[in-house]
Design a protein around this ligand. Structure first.
Ligand code: ASP
Length: 452
């Protein structure tokens, strides 16, 4: 086997990211990203755009069937149905707790650096806030009026609700439903195979996605907002490397070093797609096969976390609130900041993990504490890059809580967790077509057709 063939897919994805950053920077710094140039029109907004978007579509395509089948299997395979309530309760509490800690630390860090004070920033990027749904509506919408509609729209909470209820109903129907459960297990395996197929092109797609993002980044904006950007990235890193790792160690005793090593791949996908939702297939695969979390926990905690858990987004909201309050000379005081914390935690429940949703949540927070919504226009220009980074933190939080909950329920295989090689992605996993199997399948189809 040649050296190149031995390189794991994970390494190739990381390489794709590094090369994407380098090429993106070259295009950006040499001005080749100017509108009208060949590189900008045909490479950045042509080739890279198309390849990147096709890949993100492919990831999104996997999410609904994967969550649906794996949740049915998760519920039917849990062994003790009471565990379901405990997994739900613990993960909800941990998701809310980590989000609250995230935004509180962000506010403390931003206030102590006094970012935005005495700053005179001009903005011509207008921002008008959109409404985020009120909590009452979020609660009502957990129950789908039509499960097919929820699936078609990719609405995660109603999909989770329906799939769990379906699994519970199968258990209650009992032995008669066994073949249905077995069918769901096979469907789940088929979907995981599809994840592997899509992953095979990931290194190239990640390269394209990142090269495009970096090439089109407004670097001068980054300089003029350096204070905001540095404090925000610092707070995000603090949360990822310190807070989450302390939470992981204290609540589960698992090794933070192993966690950080294995989560890298998921972070790259989150970074390049800026969407926790689109990253669900990768998070799910990594958490189950690399961390050893049993599917009965992961099938619930991962999609649930992608929707309700947004530590990175909460951090952005904390830092942005302090920044804009300072720029506009508004004194928020302790009670103002407490409202910000509460609003961000609540807002994260009802909003899906998709690109840019953090800004919508921020406008809701601003409306509540009386900060000018148009102030968000100040940070708009750097938000795409910040979105990429905070999404990587969001998915890390999902994986942290999944591991803690699984460990506490005896649903984590510690040997898999501690094995650095366990579940590494490999294109070989796709397997090969077997002519014997193909002939058998064709026979089976024919037999079924011939049956009267
Ligand atoms: N893009 C983020 C996510 O998908 C949400 C946000 O902060 O805008 O988790």
């Amino acid at each position: 086997m040649s050296e190149a063939k031995k390189m794991s897919l994970t390494v190739k994805v990381l390489l794709g990211m590094a090369l994407g950053i380098i090429l993106g920077l070259i295009i950006n710094l040499t001005g080749m990203n100017a509108p009208g140039t060949f590189i900008n029109e045909y490479i950045v907004n042509g080739l890279f755009h198309v390849v990147g978007k096709m890949f993100v579509n492919a990831l999104k395509m996997l999410v609904v069937p994967l969550v649906f089948f794996s949740l049915i299997c998760g519920v039917c395979g849990i062994g003790d149905i009471r565990m379901l309530g405990r997994v739900g309760g613990k993960s909800f509490a941990l998701y809310m707790m980590t989000t609250a800690i995230a935004i509180a630390t962000a506010i403390i860090i931003a206030v102590s650096f006094g970012i935005g004070k005495g700053m005179n920033v001009e903005t011509n990027a207008a921002f008008s806030g959109k409404e985020s749904p009120p909590l009452t509506q979020v609660l009502i919408d957990i129950i789908p009026t039509n499960p097919v509609k929820a699936m078609a729209q990719g609405d995660m909470l109603p999909l989770i609700f329906f799939s769990i209820l379906l699994g519970i109903s199968m258990l209650l129907v009992g032995r008669k439903a066994k073949s249905f459960v077995a069918g769901a297990e096979i469907a789940n395996e088929i979907m995981m195979k599809m994840v592997t197929i899509v992953m095979a092109v990931a290194p190239y797609a990640v390269f394209a996605l990142i090269a495009k993002s970096i090439a089109t980044l407004g670097l001068d904006l980054l300089y003029s907002l350096a204070g905001y950007v540095l404090v925000l990235v610092g707070a995000l890193m603090f949360h990822l490397f310190i807070t989450l790792m302390i939470v992981l160690k204290v609540f589960s005793g698992l090794s933070p070093a192993m966690f950080l090593k294995k989560i890298r791949n998921v972070q790259v996908f989150a970074f390049s797609t800026a969407s926790s939702n689109a990253t669900i297939p990768v998070t799910m695969r990594t958490v189950t096969e690399r961390f050893g979390v049993n599917n009965s926990v992961a099938s619930f905690t991962v999609p649930f976390g992608a929707t309700i858990n947004m530590d990175g987004t909460a951090i952005m909201q904390g830092v942005a609130t302090v920044f804009i309050a300072n720029v506009y000379n508004v004194e928020l005081g302790i009670s103002g900041y407490l409202t910000v914390i509460m609003m961000s935690v609540l807002a994260s429940i009802g909003t899906a993990g998709v690109p840019g949703v953090g800004l919508i949540m921020l406008s809701m927070v601003f409306a509540q504490v009386g900060l000018p919504i148009e102030g968000i226009g100040l940070i708009l220009g750097v938000d795409r890059l910040m979105d990429m980074i905070r999404t990587a933190v969001n998915v890390s939080g999902d994986a942290t809580v999944s591991s803690i909950v699984a460990k506490s329920e005896g649903k984590l295989d510690i040997n898999v967790y501690n094995d650095p090689e366990a579940g590494t992605m490999d294109t070989d996993e796709i397997g090969e077509f077997d002519s014997e199997v193909e002939a058998e399948m064709a026979e089976a189809i024919q037999a079924a057709r011939d049956q009267k």
